[in-house]
Design a protein. Structure first.
Lengths: 187, 298
């Protein structure tokens, strides 16, 4: 394993590991590149997971957290199952997404907006609401693309595949209390 | 056979055909599915990007709500399946984490004991619990003549490797061959459809979808069979967008495996939710398995 570069490097690496289940496996990365080679979006990443892990170990916090790598991750788990060192790579990508958002370093991606819009409906109704998600997400994030999405939405409606009204679970108060408590307890 | 059932949000709207055909197929096989009372959305891949504990607690609420008499939970959607299974495993793996998740659940008067519920996908249940004999005993019309490409996607076969091969799974292949369908070798059967990428990054999304469609065409498939609503939606609803983007001319019907299984059981097109697919499937089915279609009441 690569020597830790400095005190800051140590703390960044340890923070990533601490926030990821089985994250300590990151110490065992042998820089083999199976992850990037397995990734369906690997070619479009600023840094492949392999390079990203070297940057984490070198303490390059800002470089790592402003990369597009984790936002290109589609959670397909090819890298995770193929990693010869059992590093939970997909889960590390989730950790990096959260850290990047917390530190305001996520840029050039609509993924956080999609996640926030999705979660808004979950916390309000207890269920996902596809029509609401699509219109709200596009309206606030890419209004021009809405024109393109219109025909698709109509096709979905015509085929009976779109609800016009959200469904609210019976005990939404219970779910909201659980969400509030979880947020209170921290990550 | 009785199982707790977590349908997931997609089955209520965009993938109602999956819900209908699951219900019809399970009824035909004598499988009783008991819907988890007042279940909530699993958060898909979205909540994990924002807050780990909240994501886990939201998922664990569903595990806690599973009927105390039942220990097996069937989830037909890939994201729901993995979320439920993963939270159960992570709570079992790390007791301190389980305590934290339970502290959040306690705010709603709930508690979940890790390991109490075993999360399973419907394909696994049909393949292992019903088995070859049970499936074949129900077949009324063989699907011989129909070439199907079984598409597993990612999250049902990875990262957990405990019920099929994560690189080249075979359970859905076998299940469909038991009802006479000609299962083609489909090299991209466990590759990713892009999930939410169709919403945030069309260049990446459309390329992943193009690979799946081309691979099925190369394999000579008449139809792609899905076991996840997101995969079905992406391949079906975005197929014309993929065609415009690449100048291709794919017309590959995308169905849920339960719809085609139900045809072999002699169930009606209506019970199986046909008609909601965007790329027309019935013309292809009428051509390849005319006797099956003639027998299936509309």
């Amino acid at each position: 394993m690569i020597q830790m570069a400095n005190k800051e490097g140590t703390s960044f690496l340890h923070q990533v590991m601490a926030e990821t289940p089985r994250g300590e496996r990151l110490l065992h990365c042998i820089q083999c590149g199976s992850c990037g080679g397995s990734c369906p979006n690997g070619p479009d990443m600023d840094y492949s997971p392999r390079i990203l892990f070297a940057l984490i170990q070198a303490g390059e916090r800002e470089k790592v957290l402003s990369a597009n790598t984790m936002w290109m991750c589609v959670s397909c788990y090819y890298c995770t199952t193929r990693c010869p060192q059992q590093i939970p790579i997909t889960d590390i990508m989730y950790t990096l997404k959260r850290m990047s958002l917390r530190e305001g370093l996520a840029k050039g991606t609509d993924a956080p907006a999609l996640a926030r819009t999705f979660v808004h409906y979950l916390a309000t109704y207890g269920r996902a609401f596809e029509l609401g998600l699509a219109t709200r997400f596009y309206l606030f994030n890419k209004p021009l693309a809405m024109v393109k999405m219109g025909p698709l939405g109509l096709k979905m409606l015509a085929h009976g595949r779109m609800s016009l009204m959200p469904k609210r679970i019976r005990n939404i108060g219970q779910l909201q209390a659980i969400i509030a408590k979880a947020q209170d307890l921290g990550d | 056979m009785k199982y707790a059932f977590y349908p997931g949000c997609s089955l209520e709207a965009s993938s109602a055909a999956y819900a209908r055909s699951i219900e019809a197929v399970c009824r035909a096989l004598g499988i009783e599915l008991v819907e988890v009372d007042d279940w909530n959305c699993c958060g898909a891949t979205e909540y994990h990007s924002l807050h780990r504990l909240t994501a886990a607690a939201v998922i664990a609420r569903n595990l806690a709500l599973v009927d105390q008499q039942l220990t097996q939970l069937v989830a037909p959607c890939a994201a729901c399946f993995l979320n439920l299974k993963k939270v159960d495993h992570q709570m079992a793996d790390e007791p301190a984490w389980a305590d934290k998740v339970n502290a959040a659940l306690a705010a709603g008067g709930l508690h979940y004991q890790p390991g109490r519920v075993k999360v399973r996908h419907l394909v696994e249940v049909l393949h292992s619990d019903v088995g070859k004999e049970g499936i074949q005993a129900r077949v009324k019309k063989s699907l011989a003549g129909l070439k199907v490409a079984p598409y597993y996607g990612c999250q049902i076969v990875r990262p957990f490797k405990d019920w099929d091969n994560p690189e080249y799974p075979m359970k859905l292949d076998e299940l469909m061959s038991w009802v006479g369908a000609e299962v083609v070798p489909y090299p991209t059967k466990a590759a990713c459809c892009g999930g939410h990428m169709t919403q945030i990054s069309e260049a990446q999304a459309y390329e992943l979808l193009r690979r799946l469609l081309q691979s099925a065409v190369d394999a000579g498939a008449d139809v792609i069979l899905c076991m996840c609503p997101m995969c079905q939606l992406n391949l079906d609803a975005y197929q014309s967008a993929v065609n415009s983007y690449f100048g291709t001319n794919y017309r590959m019907p995308i169905l849920f495996f339960t719809q085609v299984l139900g045809l072999a059981f002699g169930l009606s097109l209506k019970e199986l939710g046909f008609g909601s697919e965007i790329v027309a499937a019935l013309p292809v089915l009428r051509q390849k398995v005319p006797a099956v279609l003639a027998a299936a009441k509309s």
